[in-house]
Design a protein around this ligand. Structure first.
Ligand SMILES: O=P(O)(O)OC[C@H]1O[C@@H](O)[C@H](O)[C@@H](O)[C@@H]1O
Length: 291
């Protein structure tokens, strides 16, 4: 069996090589229990590559703190669109569509339609749409792809991000390559625009940056050795985030001592709105290779 439902709450993908991925999608009849279609585990060579907080809330009452929550249709908060931070996709009841296999890939697809949203969510973002989200693994890759179909007649706009939490042994030994010379918005410095001067981005304090117009490939190294390659398609930006000590203490679903064990490197289109014409589709995603 390449994939099976481990409970009513998660799907486990198993590749013949031994690589595995778990995706949680609590589909509940209780309207307050909603937790997206969130990849919560990815193991290659029996080693976990994603971070999920020990305090993460997994019962669907809150978005999961870790793995890959889906940010859509806003990033952060928005004055005009009255949705919770990062939108509704990470807090919605997604439908399980099915298992797909193609050559050496094992994949699963989920979908979300506007009629699965709450009344408040639909009022805040009043558009007809369908999202398809496909998670696929090979022996050493994890591919996550989001397709946004505009089922309205008019154009709509959105922002989206795959909020990937990578597990790392010690943040002080981590560097991100591929961001040099790019401009970023520094959310830690009141949104100041800064040009990245470093060849390798390292973390020694709170980091919350939106790098714009990022090339296709970014990589993460641990102890000077390549650990992950992240290749994005259809998405323009990359967010780098680590809450560090004080912010970690302020998050109820994140351990005070966990900030050294994660780095978020999140591909997305968030600096500008993505416009999709009536009846059209947009596709964005990433392929992460464990090196
Ligand atoms: O706590 P949340 O809503 O999951 O957000 C976590 C972080 O997500 C990042 O993408 C944002 O840039 C940060 O500003 C934010 O703090």
């Amino acid at each position: 069996m390449p994939a099976h439902e481990t409970s009513h709450k998660s799907i486990l993908l198993e590749h013949p090589s031994g690589a595995k991925a778990e995706i949680r999608f609590p589909h509940s009849l209780k309207p307050f229990l909603r937790a997206g279609a969130t990849v919560t585990s990815w193991t290659v060579d029996d080693s976990e590559r994603l971070f999920v907080s020990k305090n993460a809330i997994l019962d669907g009452s809150k978005a999961i703190r870790g793995g890959i929550p889906i940010v859509f249709p806003i990033f952060g908060t928005d004055e005009k669109i009255k949705l919770p931070q990062h939108g509704f996709a990470r807090n919605s009841n997604w439908d399980y569509v099915g298992i797909l296999t193609d050559n050496d890939e094992v994949a699963v697809r989920f979908s979300l339609k506007d009629n699965q949203l709450t009344h408040e969510q639909r009022s805040a973002w009043p558009h007809s749409f369908r999202l398809n989200y496909t998670v696929a693994i090979t022996a050493n890759t994890l591919k996550t792809t989001l397709v946004v179909k505009n089922e309205d007649e008019d154009t709509f706009e959105f922002k989206s991000l795959l909020h990937t939490y990578f597990r790392v042994p010690n943040i002080e030994q981590v560097a991100v390559n591929g961001l040099s010379k790019l401009t970023y918005t520094d959310k830690v410095q009141n949104g100041a625009k800064v040009v990245e001067q470093n060849q390798k981005v390292t973390v020694a304090g709170e980091v919350d940056r939106v790098y714009t117009n990022v090339p296709e490939e970014v990589s993460i190294e641990i102890q000077n050795k390549p650990a992950f390659k992240i290749v994005k398609t259809g998405m323009k930006d990359t967010v780098v985030w680590n809450p560090w000590i004080d912010k970690a203490k302020g998050m109820g679903d994140f351990g005070d001592d966990e900030y050294p064990n994660m780095i978020c490197v999140e591909v997305g289109s968030v600096a500008e709105w993505v416009k999709v014409g009536g009846g059209e589709t947009w596709t964005g995603g990433q392929v992460i290779t464990a090196l």
